[in-house]
Write a protein that binds this ligand. Structure first.
Ligand code: TXA
Ligand code: MG
Length: 353
């Protein structure tokens, strides 16, 4: 019998691969590590994932250990072909077919009733399984070559912002996994949208790369009730843990349509604090150019904000600020996902200005 140690490299391997045409030899090395029960970090179009063979409960347990992730938080299974969904899910409802045709490959995760084949620890003991087909040549090639669905959470340490670059993965998890497929920065920067089809009507569990408006074209009665739970609440539903996308620094989130009022409220907060950082659009940042504070500019539009948000949180943490001020974006399109991550980082509190 082949031993895991035969194919998991003894030394950590950092393989730089092309984002659109990865080298087949590199993919084969990573796929062998997956087959042997190893942990391989890989890029998707949203964020980097920390992958393991989804059928192998031992390998899946390794993901939880490496991340320091509570066993109560289930993982997403990543697939490369539509047929793999039939192995993961007990039944695939008609609505799922349409969603897959329209949004896969892409940043949409579907929650369905799970098949018997799925290990219990992958789903944190739930009867449901989350699955998605990533839109990234490296992820797809890895899943195809491994020949199994790949269980993967975002490749950050638990409660840190998700990694949008290979360096973020190394910053959080170096020494705790076997191989890194490094294809440069990810394209979207925020995680997938999670949609539960086991609820009736279907429910949006996490806003993400596919906008709510696009989903409502197919599911007009799709429900979305943002819920933000305090960490000390008993047994929160998976994925609703409040402190989930957080920088180490405290984050205050300001909301208001009157620029002058928002800027004044932020300035009042800056005045009373020593080490402050700002996460703002280019336009908003210009209003603070006279101040000696660390500023992370999110760019000109919501797509750029999505791409830069997590890196901005990490950068301000590295700069050693104690307090981060940010402004809530408009809640349409990708803006809803940006708003959700900022609100979680702010532990559910919005300051109206
Ligand atoms: O874009 C993404 O989705 C990235 C990339 C790597 O694919 N993955 C990602 O995984 O964000 P993770 O583990 O960081 O977030 C997955 C979320 C968790 O909050 C988990 O609670 C939820 O999916 N989830 C997984 N299975 C579920 C289930 N059966 N029911 C409800 N929520 C589930
Ligand atoms: Mg995550």
């Amino acid at each position: 019998m082949k031993q895991a140690s035969d194919t998991i490299p003894k030394v950590f391997q950092h393989l730089r691969v092309g984002a659109t045409q990865p080298d087949a030899g590199d993919i084969a090395i990573a796929a062998a590590a997956i087959q042997a029960g190893g942990l391989v970090a890989f890029p998707t179009e949203t964020v980097y994932g920390l992958g393991a063979n989804a059928w192998d409960a031992g390998a899946v347990a390794g993901i939880f250990r490496a991340k320091g992730r509570p066993a109560s938080d289930p993982l997403i299974a990543h697939i490369a072909r539509r047929a793999q969904l039939d192995e993961l899910a007990r039944a695939v409802p008609e609505q799922a077919h349409e969603l897959c045709r329209r949004f896969w490959p892409g940043p949409l995760t579907l929650v369905l009733e799970k098949s018997h084949k799925v290990p219990a620890n992958l789903t944190a003991g739930l009867d449901t399984v989350a699955a998605r087909m990533p839109d990234h040549a490296v992820a797809v090639a890895l899943i195809e070559a491994a020949g199994v669905p790949i269980a993967a959470p975002s490749a950050n340490r638990f409660s840190r912002p998700s990694p949008t670059t290979a360096q973020h993965v190394l910053d959080d998890l170096a020494g705790d996994f076997d191989m890194l497929l490094d294809a440069g920065p990810t394209a979207i920067g925020l995680e997938s949208t999670i949609l539960s089809l086991v609820d009736n009507p279907p429910r949006l569990l996490r806003p993400g790369g596919v906008p709510l408006e696009a989903l409502r074209q197919i599911i007009p009665d799709l429900r979305f009730e943002p819920r933000f739970l305090r960490e000390d609440d008993a047994a929160p539903a998976p994925g609703t843990l409040l402190k989930h996308y957080s920088p180490r620094a405290r984050l205050l989130l300001f909301q208001g349509s009157d620029d002058t009022a928002v800027y004044a409220a932020m300035r009042a907060e800056i005045a009373g604090n020593r080490r402050v950082g700002l996460i703002l659009s280019n336009a908003d940042a210009a209003a603070f150019a006279d101040l000696d504070v660390a500023v992370e500019c999110l760019g000109r539009d919501v797509a750029q904000s999505a791409l830069r948000l997590f890196a901005a949180m990490r950068a301000l943490d590295s700069a050693g600020v104690d307090l981060i001020l940010a402004r809530a974006p408009e809640k349409h399109g990708l803006g809803l996902a940006v708003w959700d991550r900022l609100l979680r980082a702010a532990e559910g509190t919005l300051i109206e200005a």
